[in-house]
Design a protein. Structure first.
Lengths: 448, 255
């Protein structure tokens, strides 16, 4: 049974009328696929652009949401692909386990996290999501279900993370959780008055478990790239105030708030974003010394504001996330920030992060060793022109864009960013003959 | 009345029996009660189809979960079914239901009987027997029947289903009065529209539509407070109006 639904990614742009099927159990996915002319799997729809859109067929994995088993000895959790990190944390944090890698939202599915090979604030130390996946079962275009692991179907095991669902549909997966003593993070804030200082702070703290920076993309001149660099470590029980030690996994309950309607288009402009950034930087600069922050506020601050994508208004927004190699990162970032400042367009969210070594054996996995910058722009002609300029700078620096965020890059930009790995991936796709053709709006746009 | 369950995990050992355990509403309630530590007995016509859910609850919450064959329409086997459970359940939830096709239900006696047994006599007799057993054991306990606002007034669209739910609602009301002074809470739940995975993208009126999770949270909250009837407040108004429309006017409407 299918229905026709207008879908978009989290950026709410573009929107596509899609035929959607919601198979109720893993065994129902193969017949569902066989009945569609082509398909792409979709989880919670948190990729920003057109990766989980396909007019001819979308397989919603939301009903594949059962956990299968957990081994507390190894921390290995087997679960269906539609299980969310939210559910994983709810079930296992009280028992002292936490996802080894979590992106900026817990409202993602395990299948989606593998498909995008998401990264977190610990990428420089722990790699990306797929580095903590023991195996997954992939329903391939030929209708065969294949167990993929380093030993079994290793090519698919490497090609699937980052491929945004194009190699097949993940039905179940086994992920390793990490042990934690508490639900709290010991956070330290480093005030970086400019880009060089921010980079120096990252480089000096490569041994920190977590690191990420909020960057003021509107500050110009000598203050260009001023940042607040946040370092974090899982707090031990002894780090907690005595009153919290008895229940170390409990955090203050915050009622999530919801953005009730689309903000008017003018709400976020250079002035309001500039004022916000200045106030935020000042407030952050006053913070000194380590502080305890609960896991939800530390890892997923925006999750407390449900439907936050509506603050960009009805037209939607595009997220721009690039990664630049270490050697060119400083010049590249400076040029990117310069182009943004010159455009007069503010990005409300701007995040800078040091990546560790990427995974060159995974052709479409995004992270490469260096720096990644993530920005949001409400969709407009000027913003699209600006992002084209940012593409040129990224390419010049030998960098690449993140498919999970992208809605507008050209095949040439993709080719420049991913290089010969792209040909390897296309060859693998071509060899995956079968009636269950996997494709998406993103794949069609980029010729993947 | 002492509580059979509470958010702090009190009486967490009390087993919970879920009839029609494969439904979205049943699953949402089971998650909440398993999270409090209650062992679960899942029952449905085809228990093998519950294995996935059983593993899920056990993995998430570390509780014992068993599955059982239960056919609500097999009225003669109800006592035997209860005898076959590994322990006397202290909370019994019936989420059994069958809507069917109205035209076929009204025309075919076998279908009519099936709809009535599935929505009414089967769950009613099961909750009746369970309440008697829990009371005999001294309680505390609760039996919860998921009925429907469709039973508030027969409508052309679904009156076989509606009549069965009306019967179930009336039975629960009587059962509740019978146990009013005893240790067993008898709760009637009358949901309105509930959005499930299958209705994603469908055009249900947002103000009148809830999710299985939200409904389950309200049912468990009602259980905690010992509330006998749970109806969505907006639906209470809507059905209050529909139920009291004069016949002359009601005949002209199409809902």
């Amino acid at each position: 049974m299918t229905r026709r639904v207008e879908l978009s990614g989290w950026g709410r742009w573009p929107r596509v009328l899609c035929t959607v099927a919601s198979p109720a159990r893993p065994e129902a996915v193969a017949p569902t696929l066989a009945a569609l002319p082509s398909a792409i799997p979709r989880g919670l729809g948190r990729s920003y652009g057109d990766a989980a859109l396909n007019a001819a067929g979308v397989i919603s994995c939301r009903r594949l949401d059962r956990m299968i088993r957990f081994d507390p000895g190894t921390g290995l959790l087997e679960a269906e692909a539609g299980v969310t990190l939210d559910a994983v944390i709810a079930a296992f944090l009280p028992r002292g386990f936490f996802p080894a890698v979590t992106p900026g939202t817990r409202f993602v599915t395990i299948g989606g996290a593998i498909a995008a090979d998401v990264h977190g604030k610990n990428h420089h130390r722990d790699g990306s999501f797929a580095d903590h996946v023991a195996w997954f079962d992939l329903l391939c275009p030929d209708g065969e279900l294949r167990r993929c692991s380093p030993q079994s179907n290793p090519e698919l095991f490497r090609a699937t993370p980052g491929a945004m669902g194009l190699t097949g549909t993940i039905l179940t997966a086994a992920i390793r959780l990490r042990r934690v003593e508490t639900g709290w993070i010991m956070q330290r804030t480093i005030v970086a008055p400019d880009l060089d200082a921010a980079i120096a702070a990252f480089e000096a703290n490569l041994d920190a478990t977590y690191s990420v920076a909020w960057i003021d993309c509107l500050a110009g001149g000598a203050r260009r790239g001023r940042s607040l660099v946040y370092l974090g470590e899982h707090a031990t029980r002894d780090d907690l105030p005595p009153a919290r030690r008895a229940r170390p996994f409990e955090i203050p309950h915050r009622r999530p708030r919801r953005v009730p309607l689309d903000a008017p288009a003018v709400a976020l402009n250079r002035l309001t974003v500039g004022l916000f950034n200045a106030a935020y930087f000042r407030a952050g600069s006053r913070r000194s010394g380590p502080e305890l922050v609960d896991w939800a506020r530390y890892f997923h601050p925006l999750d407390s504001l449900l439907d936050w994508n509506r603050i960009y208004g009805r037209r939607g927004f595009a997220q721009y996330q690039c990664a630049l190699p270490l050697a060119t990162a400083r010049e590249g970032l400076s040029a990117l920030l310069g182009a943004i400042a010159a455009s007069g367009l503010g990005s409300f969210l701007a995040v800078l992060k040091r990546f560790g070594p990427g995974a060159p054996d995974r052709p479409l996995s995004f992270p490469i060793e260096g720096y990644t910058l993530a920005l949001d722009f409400p969709v407009s002609a000027a913003a699209l022109r600006l992002m084209d300029r940012l593409d040129a700078i990224t390419r010049e620096a030998g960098g690449r864009l993140y498919l999970a965020k992208d809605s507008r890059m050209t095949p040439e930009t993709l080719k420049a960013g991913y290089g010969p790995a792209l040909d390897r991936f296309r060859a693998l796709r071509a060899a995956q003959e079968g009636p269950g053709r996997m494709t998406s709006a993103l794949a069609q746009r980029l010729g993947l | 009345m002492s509580r059979v369950s509470d958010p702090a995990g009190g009486n967490a050992g009390a087993p919970v029996l879920v009839l029609g355990a494969g439904s979205d509403i049943a699953r949402a309630i089971a998650q909440l009660l398993a999270a409090r530590g209650h062992p679960l007995q899942l029952a449905a016509r085809n228990p093998a189809a519950l294995d996935r859910d059983a593993a899920d609850y056990a993995t998430r919450h570390g509780v014992a979960v068993t599955t059982h064959a239960y056919d609500a329409t097999d009225l003669a086997r109800i006592e035997a079914f209860l005898d076959g459970l590994p322990a006397l359940p202290r909370i019994v939830i019936s989420a059994v239901g069958l809507m069917g096709d109205q035209e076929a239900n009204a025309a075919d006696p076998a279908r009519a009987a099936e709809v009535i047994a599935t929505n009414f006599t089967g769950p009613a007799l099961t909750l009746e027997a369970a309440a008697r057993r829990i009371a005999a054991a001294g309680g505390p306990g609760a039996v919860i029947g998921i009925s429907s606002v469709a039973g508030d007034r027969g409508r052309a669209k679904n009156y076989v289903y509606g009549a069965a739910k009306a019967g179930f609602t009336a039975w629960l009301s009587g059962l509740r009065q019978k146990h009013a002074r005893g240790p067993v809470l008898v709760m009637t739940v009358k949901p309105g529209f509930v959005a499930t995975a299958m209705t994603e993208g469908m055009d249900l009126p947002a103000a009148l539509t809830t999710t299985p999770e939200a409904l389950a949270a309200r049912i468990v909250a009602a259980l905690d407070r010992g509330r006998p009837v749970h109806v969505d407040p907006l639906w209470r108004i809507v059905m209050g109006v529909i139920a009291h429309l004069p016949e002359r006017i009601f005949m002209r409407t199409r809902f």
